[in-house]
Design a protein around this ligand. Structure first.
Ligand SMILES: Nc1ncnc2c1ncn2[C@@H]1O[C@H](COP(=O)(O)OP(=O)(O)OP(=O)(O)O)[C@@H](O)[C@H]1O
Ligand SMILES: [Mg+2]
Length: 230
């Protein structure tokens, strides 16, 4: 079965919601799915996991992996990893991250890795999320918005994937509102046309979204999960 790196055209596009939902669906199908958020930044929260993203991913996959394996690096500042590491005087240890990633790959049938920010989010001054994807040697799924502006962001992301020779499985279009304006209505077909990539799923905007199960239902209905992992 195949593992994936889930990236996005920007922060807040729904990487965690979609990655968690895919993990949820796979677990419900009896597949042993591991999740990873190699680097998280943010204000942090109380509880088992400092990062909210990690808590969401763990709730979906329900693995026995501990926090330092699922999320080797947590930097308590809501900025890029590079900025956070500079401000906190911490060096991000990519070797350690890759060792934990390799452990997860050995321990699970499928591993879903959520990136941070977008593909060119800096981890160090000259090492980006794209470099991390290359080191993990993973195919990526790109989560993108359906709203005005998404064509530009999506093309830029895909062009960088080409530059780095990162294989892209396809796009997941999130926050789709069927009553949206013409730009939104056209987004799925235009994004497919301009990138040449398959649209793996179109996930609607959910009002008052709270429960990850709702997103899992939508992913089940709107994505071909079997095709993804076969
Ligand atoms: N289809 C949707 N409908 C409604 N709300 C959504 C949808 N997808 C995601 N959200 C909500 O939007 C917010 C941002 O989503 P999410 O955290 O998944 O983005 P992200 O790309 O992982 O962000 P980050 O860059 O911070 O990791 C979250 O509060 C999430 O619950
Ligand atoms: Mg996230």
């Amino acid at each position: 079965m195949k593992s994936y790196f889930v990236t996005g055209t920007d922060t807040g596009v729904g990487k965690t919601a979609i990655t968690g939902a895919i993990a949820w669906v796979l677990r419900k199908r009896g597949i042993d799915v591991g999740v990873m958020k190699p680097i998280a930044t943010g204000v942090g929260q109380k509880g088992r996991f400092r990062s909210e993203d990690v808590a969401v991913l763990h709730e979906a996959a329900l693995t026995n992996d501990d926090e330092k394996t699922i999320n080797p690096v947590f930097l308590p500042l809501p900025v890029s990893p590079y900025d956070a590491s500079k401000a906190l005087g911490i060096k991000i240890d990519m070797k350690m991250i890759l060792e934990r990633y390799k452990y997860l790959v050995k321990s699970h049938q499928v591993v879903l890795v959520e990136g941070i920010g977008g593909i060119m989010t800096p981890i160090t001054r000259d090492f980006f999320v794209a470099d991390m994807i290359k080191q993990m040697n993973l195919e990526t799924i790109v989560v993108t918005r359906s709203t005005l502006g998404t064509i530009n962001h999506t093309i830029m992301t895909i062009e960088m994937c080409k530059k780095y020779q990162i294989p892209v499985k396809g796009l997941v279009i999130n926050y789709f509102d069927e009553k949206g304006g013409p730009a939104e209505q056209n987004a799925p077909s235009t994004l497919h046309e301009v990138t040449g990539l398959p649209i793996l799923g179109i996930i609607p905007f959910v009002k008052n979204y709270q429960k990850p199960e709702i997103m899992a239902d939508l992913v089940e209905k709107n994505m071909n999960i079997n095709e993804l992992i076969s």
